[in-house]
Design a protein around this ligand. Structure first.
Ligand SMILES: Cc1cc2nc3c(=O)[nH]c(=O)nc-3n(C[C@H](O)[C@H](O)[C@H](O)COP(=O)(O)O)c2cc1C
Length: 357
């Protein structure tokens, strides 16, 4: 029996399978993106943590490693957001993803150039707003997902968002996916594919040092991967390690000291001016109920994450992670992972089809 995994997402993004590798700061580098795309999935480069002067070089690196289309993720508050939009248009990048929509002038520029705009959202009403702001597809992240996340699990959120968008644009499910059964479940909910972060972090193609990957693999319990606001004032899902416990215990004064120290390091790294750093912090503070220390932390959280993700010290940095890490115990390559997901999804669909008659 022939099984097809083609959906509106594969058509929109020009990939073979509806399996998306999401952007992850410090993790989604050219090798991971190309590894995903060469295996038939679609990868997003993590533009928020790439130094501005290396952004174009990384885009070109992906192009050197794959002839397949790929995407770029960025954060509207990062100082070089306008430059990233320019590079995306100039290099004919297929898609962009973001969690807060860039201004209408940026969206227009991207859409005029034929770039697929794919925000990540966490509530049905955000999906409706995203459509009004020009989204071509949305990724819905349920609470079990890694990094910044909401409180509603994928199993409840995804069907709610599918209903809310009424078929206008395709929806991708994210948060807690790792295999072919998950892909079929997402399709059953009405999504047109899955987007995964943590599962791709735990591949041999991801650049994360082995010590840190091992810390993720050792975490054999999804309940130890918790949501905390201690990092930047916004709910973020991370492995409960030494650094996170320290941040949770720190009072506002100590948090401010940690924030300023890391903020200065990040400024040096990205070349952002003090004015630029403060501007992003103030903009973030206006958006939500966060303290000055937390908004500075938000602007420089990538620096704390870097200690684990780049330097290989899993206890000195924080470890953003989906709960799914608690049930992952090996590191396949992207090609092996995608092949397994597709084979399992096709098998499950065949089994389900026997129930139709
Ligand atoms: C280590 C890590 C870093 C992340 N960094 C980003 C980021 O820079 N930008 C972003 O939009 N999402 C980020 N996320 C969220 C992912 O893109 C994705 O939505 C999430 O991991 C999906 O849930 P899953 O981990 O259960 O697959 C990150 C997630 C992880 C695990």
């Amino acid at each position: 029996m022939a099984v097809s995994l083609n959906t509106r997402i594969t058509e929109l993004l020009g990939c073979k399978y509806p399996i998306i590798q999401t952007a992850m700061g410090w993790v989604a580098d050219p090798q991971l993106v190309a590894g995903t795309c060469n295996a038939g999935g679609f990868g997003f480069l993590a533009g928020a943590t790439i130094p501005p002067e290396e952004m174009e070089r990384d885009i070109l690196r992906v192009k050197a490693l794959t002839d397949q289309p790929f995407g770029v993720n960025f954060h509207m508050y990062q100082p070089n957001a306008a430059h990233i939009v320019e590079l995306v248009v100039e290099h004919g990048i297929r898609a962009v993803s973001y969690s807060r929509s860039p201004g209408p002038e940026f969206v227009k520029k991207l859409k005029d150039a034929g770039v697929v705009c794919m925000p990540t959202i966490g509530l049905p009403k955000h999906a409706v707003k995203a459509i009004a702001m020009g989204a071509d597809a949305v990724t819905v992240q349920g609470g079990e997902g890694g990094g910044h996340t909401g409180a509603i699990p994928t199993s409840l959120l995804l069907p709610g968002v599918v209903d809310a968008v009424k078929g206008e644009i395709p929806v991708l499910g994210a948060g807690g996916f790792k295999d072919g059964r998950g892909l079929v479940a997402a399709l059953a909910y009405g999504a047109e594919g899955i987007a995964m972060g943590t599962r791709f972090l735990l591949t041999t193609d991801s650049p994360v040092p082995l010590e840190t990957k091992q810390r993720y693999l050792d975490c054999g319990n999804p309940a130890e991967i918790v949501v905390s606001k201690a990092m930047d004032g916004l709910p973020q899902r991370m492995i409960l390690n030494k650094m996170l416990l320290e941040l949770e215990k720190a009072g506002p004064m100590k948090q401010l000291v940690i924030a300023v120290k890391n903020g200065l390091a990040f400024r040096k790294f990205t070349g952002a001016s003090i004015f630029g750093l403060l501007k992003s912090a103030i903009a973030m503070q206006k958006e939500g109920d966060v303290t000055p220390a937390q908004s500075i932390m938000a602007a420089n959280a990538p620096m704390i994450i870097q200690k684990a993700m780049v330097d290989g010290h899993p206890d000195e940095g924080v470890l953003p992670s989906g709960q799914v890490a608690g049930v992952i115990d090996r590191l396949p390559s992207c090609a092996e992972l995608i092949e397994e997901i597709v084979a399992e999804a096709e098998e499950r669909l065949r089994v389900l089809a026997t129930r139709v008659n």
